[in-house]
Write a protein that binds this ligand. Structure first.
Ligand code: AMP
Length: 249
């Protein structure tokens, strides 16, 4: 009984029971024909522009210089909203955006349930790694049965990784600059994204374990895919073709 109430209190979008108990999908402001695309600023935005261009979509303002959160495109019925990377799945899940682009890191951490994920766009590629201060004997400490303190923005990914290895950990949740934590004694190690490795090197850290490869995915609101199929499916098809061509070269 207690477990049942816990289930009701904590919405688990990955649960097979989610579909039984959830309220009908409520489309918010997007019930009309306007297509709303959720993107985050920076790497994902920059690497999405060529895909949008291939589909004939041009964003008319630069989010790095504009303070606007809703950006117009060259189509009157298409707009881009700029949201924090970790909020993209939420906007799409609730239908405030019809589709968006989110890192696999964000999708694993938040649970990708309730979303249609048709494509790995192979953009913003990087690796989820464990890193420590240079000289820290990670293998020895982690195999000696000691508890490790792990600073990360990704507590679920970190917990799962160390549980599989049978290493006891305490998680210290941070929201940015994880690299600082081992340098000032806040943690023994970090779990973070590594792309070029430049940030680790600049801070005298080294990667000691690879957790998984990360790239960005197209995520689509399930109701929007049905209701706006004629608008959304051609975009998915062009994205798929462009990604295939880019990765052939
Ligand atoms: P780098 O110095 O190129 O290895 O990049 C590492 C820094 O960029 C870390 O602070 C990471 O959290 C961040 N980072 C690397 N790749 C990504 C990505 N694909 N998405 C978001 N943040 C990233």
């Amino acid at each position: 009984m207690g477990v049942f109430f816990l289930f009701l209190l904590k919405i688990d979008y990955n649960s097979p029971f989610y579909g039984l108990f959830r309220q009908p999908e409520r489309l918010t402001m997007n019930e009309n024909n306007t297509l709303t695309i959720a993107l985050s600023k920076g790497r994902i935005f920059d690497e999405t522009l060529p895909l949008l261009a291939a589909a004939g979509i041009e964003v008319l303002e630069n989010p790095e210089t504009s303070r606007k959160l809703i950006l117009p495109t060259n189509h009157d019925n298409m707009r881009v909203i700029i949201v924090r990377a970790s909020d993209v799945p939420t906007y799409v899940r609730y239908g405030a955006a019809d589709f968006g682009i989110a890192g696999k890191d964000v999708l694993i951490e938040s649970g990708g349930g309730g979303l249609y994920q048709p494509l790995d766009l192979k953009i913003a590629q990087c690796k989820m790694m464990v890193a420590v201060k240079q000289g820290f004997d990670y293998q020895k400490v982690s195999s000696a049965g000691s508890r490790l303190r792990i600073a990360t923005k990704y507590p679920n990914i970190a917990r799962e990784h160390f549980a599989q290895k049978g290493v006891h950990i305490d998680i210290i949740k941070l929201y940015g600059s994880m690299e600082l934590a081992p340098l000032v004694g806040l943690s023994d190690a970090i779990v973070d994204l590594v792309s070029t490795g430049g940030t680790l090197r600049a801070n005298n850290l080294e990667a000691v374990e690879h957790i998984c490869d990360i790239s960005s995915r197209l995520i689509v609101n399930k109701a929007a895919l049905k209701l706006k199929h004629a608008q959304i499916q051609p975009i998915i098809d062009v994205f798929a073709k462009t990604v295939a061509q880019q990765n052939q070269a």
